[in-house]
Design a protein around this ligand. Structure first.
Ligand SMILES: [Zn+2]
Ligand SMILES: [Zn+2]
Length: 262
């Protein structure tokens, strides 16, 4: 979609941190800023790690912004500042514990939820889902559950349509998107799966898509607009509408191709 004009004083998508402000909220609220100590730094780093693992969408921007830098190195060179309220909310163990419960309820394959890991302390989860697990695929395990649960019988992704379908559906899921990032062919990547996990994932995503009040095209459109607007692009309503219709057309073609392939 071509913008009608671009504002010269463009506002970039804010991935950088202004270290003069609170590291968390990044606002210049007239509150006294405190200087982050070594222990505070470790607590924040730990909270970032856990919130990332438990897919905390509410603080995704903070997480992405702070994960993009080496906090320990920055701590050595400048003084990092924060609002006490922002810090205590972000590192709050009870809130993080709640995120973990929510995450585990949504992502544990049924039958493998262990009560001991749920009641375990948040600071030392019995089976922490490491950032590595999130981002890198363990090729010996099922791509969906990444565990050895129930049976060791896993199927290899053998066909291109199957590979494409999984990769396409994975785009709708935060964890799977991270895990399969950079993989364009699951056959070449020796992707394995439990049939049960595959069915569950497919059903979950398809249900999400259908039940979502904002359809896929609208989400794509909003993303495009959001990105463009951050760069100062201005669009006419007519172009936006046309783009929406084009996206619907593309989506329809993809959906129909999917039916024929499978
Ligand atoms: Zn703040
Ligand atoms: Zn599995």
């Amino acid at each position: 979609m071509d913008p009608v004009t671009t504002i010269t004083n463009k506002r970039q998508y804010d991935t950088t941190t202004d270290w003069e402000k609170c590291m968390l909220c990044q606002t210049a609220q007239p509150c006294t800023l405190s200087k982050l100590g070594k222990q505070g730094l470790e607590k924040v780093q730990h909270a970032i790690k856990l919130r990332f693992e438990y897919r905390d969408l509410s603080s995704l921007q903070i997480i992405e912004r702070l994960q993009a830098v080496n906090l320990s190195e920055i701590y050595e060179t400048i003084s990092i500042q924060y609002h006490r309220k922002c810090y205590s909310d972000f590192t709050n163990g009870t809130l993080i514990e709640r995120l973990r419960h929510k995450f585990q309820n949504q992502h544990q394959p049924s039958g493998s939820v262990s009560t001991s890991s749920i009641t375990n302390s948040v600071t030392e989860p019995q089976h922490p889902i490491s950032r590595r697990t999130l981002q890198a695929l363990d090729k010996n395990l099922c791509i969906f559950c990444q565990t050895h649960y129930v049976s060791k019988v896993t199927n290899l992704v053998m066909t291109k349509p199957m590979s494409d379908k999984i990769l396409q559906l994975a785009q709708h899921d935060f964890i799977m998107r991270c895990r399969l990032a950079g993989i364009s062919d699951l056959i070449a990547a020796d992707g394995r799966y439990h049939l049960k996990c595959y069915s569950r994932f497919t059903l979950k995503i398809q249900t999400d898509i259908v039940s979502s009040s904002a359809d896929v095209c609208m989400v794509s459109l909003v993303n495009e607009l959001d990105n463009g607007l951050h760069w100062g692009n201005i669009y006419t309503l007519q172009d936006v509408w046309q783009r929406y219709r084009d996206l619907q057309l593309e989506e329809d073609i993809v959906a129909k191709a999917g039916v024929y392939k499978n």
